[in-house]
Ligand binder design. Structure first.
Ligand SMILES: Cc1cc2nc3c(=O)[nH]c(=O)nc-3n(C[C@H](O)[C@H](O)[C@H](O)COP(=O)(O)OP(=O)(O)OC[C@H]3O[C@@H](n4cnc5c(N)ncnc54)[C@H](O)[C@@H]3O)c2cc1C
Length: 332
């Protein structure tokens, strides 16, 4: 959470006038919402953690909830506004960072094999589909594909199915992203290593409703363990939509134009791998970001550059070292 807050602050700085993220990052609030007693408890637990980390919150209770957000159904009994949050458009973020780096980009190439460097000698060598690349330093940042290059990382897939609505200007404009407590509960389970969705649509109830910049809504999403197949399932989509319309009835008036699935790269302890590989000179890892990689992008890139240059890193980043013995490993 602390690293995410720091990364968000970096986004704000980068999105200032003339900054590299101007037009790719927008400030807005996030709303946590809950529909029953245990969801309200989960929501307040999350809010307490945020508050301890210094985030400003606004708690709304009782009938004030529907007064402040009129499109919420009457069964929503808890609401917390998390202020100073933001929305980063993932593909724009990637494009902006790549352009700003001035790096030479070789598209449509696969890294096939990695040869570690030797102490006080040459750095790692990467065999690619476009030839061999030798470098002083190599960062493995290939999402789930990192497993093929460094199998000991043992990342595993967590699929998410998402829904996109049509554009409709006339409907109620949500003031921010809505995360329902069912989503927090699913995410917490995953972070403490409990088994979560195993591909069954029956558990597809973790709900997030996100207003997109062009009057569309992104509605998600499942968290399905050990599933790297990017297909979508009618039953899961139906279930997510039913829940979305139950909590925000105006969505029932809109048409769905697209459903899709993506796969998150998960680690056993829910933390990304960011740092140098011990005993492998010049080899670095930046992967395992699960459902937080867009949020953590500025922090991860900056911390990686600092580590490589031997500079100080933000507190907490040292705990992300990929082969630290303290980190939980997954039984194969
Ligand atoms: C449904 C869903 C919802 C999400 N919601 C959010 C959210 O709200 N907020 C958030 O912050 N994050 C979210 N994420 C997570 C975010 O998308 C990821 O954390 C992020 O994309 C990880 O970035 P990455 O660069 O590590 O990996 P990737 O985005 O997977 O990029 C890795 C790249 O490496 C390439 N590659 C793989 N193997 C090789 C190889 N051998 N050679 C060359 N290239 C290779 C791949 O093709 C890919 O382009 C979500 C993800 C999903 C699936």
């Amino acid at each position: 959470m602390n690293l995410a807050i720091r990364s968000r602050e970096q986004y704000v700085g980068l999105a200032d006038k003339g900054g590299v993220m101007q037009g790719a990052y927008f400030s807005r609030s996030t709303f946590l919402a809950a529909a029953n007693d245990w969801e309200v408890a989960a929501m307040h637990a999350q809010a307490d953690e945020l508050s301890r980390a210094g985030v400003s919150l606004k708690v709304t209770e009782g009938s004030d909830i529907q007064k402040s957000i009129p499109c919420l159904a009457s069964n929503i009994s808890g609401l917390v506004e998390v202020q100073g949050e933001g929305h980063a458009v993932g593909y724009k973020v990637v494009d902006r960072f790549l352009r700003a780096s001035g790096a030479k980009v070789i598209c449509e190439a696969s890294a096939l094999k990695l040869q570690p460097g030797v102490k006080s000698g040459r750095g790692p060598t990467v065999q690619t589909s476009e030839g061999v690349i030798e470098a002083d330093d190599v960062v493995v940042a290939a999402g789930l594909g990192s497993n093929a290059l460094l199998p000991w990382l043992n990342l595993w897939p967590r699929r998410g199915q998402l829904i996109v609505t049509e554009r409709r200007r006339s409907v109620y404009k949500l003031p921010g992203n809505f995360i329902f407590a069912s989503y927090l509960l699913e995410k917490k389970k995953a972070d403490v290593g409990q088994s979560v969705d195993s591909g069954s649509a029956a558990r597809a109830c973790a709900l997030v409703i996100d207003p997109l910049p062009y009057d569309q809504y992104l509605i998600g999403g499942t968290r399905e363990e050990d599933d790297d197949d990017q297909h979508t399932e009618f039953a899961a989509v139906q279930r997510i939509l039913a829940r979305a319309v139950e909590y925000m009835p105006f969505l029932g008036e809109m048409s769905v134009i697209r459903v899709f699935a993506g796969v998150r790269a998960a680690t056993p302890d829910g933390l990304p791998y960011l740092g140098q590989v011990k005993e492998a000179p010049g080899l670095w890892v930046a992967t395992g970001f699960e459902g937080d990689g867009i949020c953590l992008a500025p922090l991860a890139g900056d911390a990686m550059a600092r580590m490589m240059a031997g500079k100080d890193i933000p507190p907490g980043v040292e705990a992300l070292a990929p082969d630290s013995p303290q980190r939980k490993r997954r039984e194969s």
